[in-house]
Design a protein around this ligand. Sequence first.
Ligand code: HEM
Ligand SMILES: *[C@@H]1O[C@H](CO)[C@@H](O)[C@H](O)[C@H]1NC(C)=O
Ligand SMILES: *[C@@H]1O[C@H](CO)[C@@H](O)[C@H](O)[C@H]1NC(C)=O
Length: 328
Amino acid sequence: MAKLFTYLLFFLAIFLIISPVLSLPLKIGFYQKTCPSVEAIVRSTIKTALINDPGSPAALIRLHFHDCFVRGCDASILLDSAPSNQAEKDSMGNKGVQGFQVIDEAKAKIEAQCPNTVSCSDILAFAARDSVTLAGGHYYDVPSGRRDGRVSYMAEVTKNLPDAFFNVTQLKENFARKGLSMEEMVTLSGAHSIGDSHCSSFSKRLYSFNKTFAQDPSMDPSYASFLKTKCPRQLNTRTGPDPLVPFDPVTPNRLDNNYYKNLKSSRGLLASDQVLWNNILTRRIVKGNVNHPRTWAAKFAAAMVQMGSIDVLTGKQGEIRKNCRVVN
Ligand code: HEM
Ligand SMILES: *[C@@H]1O[C@H](CO)[C@@H](O)[C@H](O)[C@H]1NC(C)=O
Ligand SMILES: *[C@@H]1O[C@H](CO)[C@@H](O)[C@H](O)[C@H]1NC(C)=O
């Protein structure tokens, strides 16, 4: 009897030790009982943000991507730097990321209704989904139950995010490290159908490509001439202006397959966009997306769900932040 008791105590101790690290799968409707209006609150906040700023859906989709690729979708990108720590958002790799105040607004409304219940990482995932839908993409259900991380390091950003001058091999490897396929990489790159880029992210393609070509020969010359009117040759990103240029000059705020049509006509903005057409393996996928816009939209929605599940914290891991900018 005493022996049985010892065994039970032993297993109880083991359970108590491992339970905080046990992770659970994400679940559609995770807040159905605890905060039934959460998704409606996020949606109305995103709608209002869109009225004030047509660029907000692009900002929020990129914010979710940059969150998920660094330490998983744990809202680490939302944490502010502290005197003792430089956070992800202050890395050069996060140049131009915006949308933080939209998430703050949604969080404040949600805390007023359901305090200490909904994670910032789930709010960001819902916000990205609503942004996709409002920009013209497919609706998709967002599995939720993410928890918020407690750390954010500036130094982890550029090691985990793809670079705008990566070739297909590098892009493929970068996405593979996050559990995403080459096809998902091409599918998700279609997000560059909306939003804009600073000249500094691509101006090397216009003025100082390589030793042989000042201008990237894979870019349509008339598109390059147009971009040169927007982007000054002498770009000093510290002191001078660094103008913004839309990714898709045709339908800049519409999440559609025009991005792939642009690649086909050598009008990809970033080098990492255009290589998807220039590489034989990915060109096949780009062609498919040019010819089958609805299939691409469905693949995009599915790939966003995949991206939203990268290295998530669940169960008792992490915490539910009260304020998305600081740990509890
Ligand atoms: C494939 C590798 C990728 C690279 C190299 C890349 C790189 C970049 C760069 C350099 C910018 C412009 C930043 C600036 O200068 O302001 C940008 C913007 C953007 N990226 Fe990506 N990106 C990639 C994939 C993705 C993915 C997977 C998504 C989302 C699913 C995404 C969504 C966006 C959006 C929406 C913008 C515009 C943001 C805005 O207007 O506020 N990107 N990206
Ligand atoms: C891609 O870039 C890497 C690193 O610069 C290089 O080693 C590799 O050969 C390149 N691959 C292709 C297909 O160009
Ligand atoms: C410059 O780029 C072109 C086109 O990508 C390439 O064919 C050429 O080998 C490159 N030249 C040098 C010196 O890297």
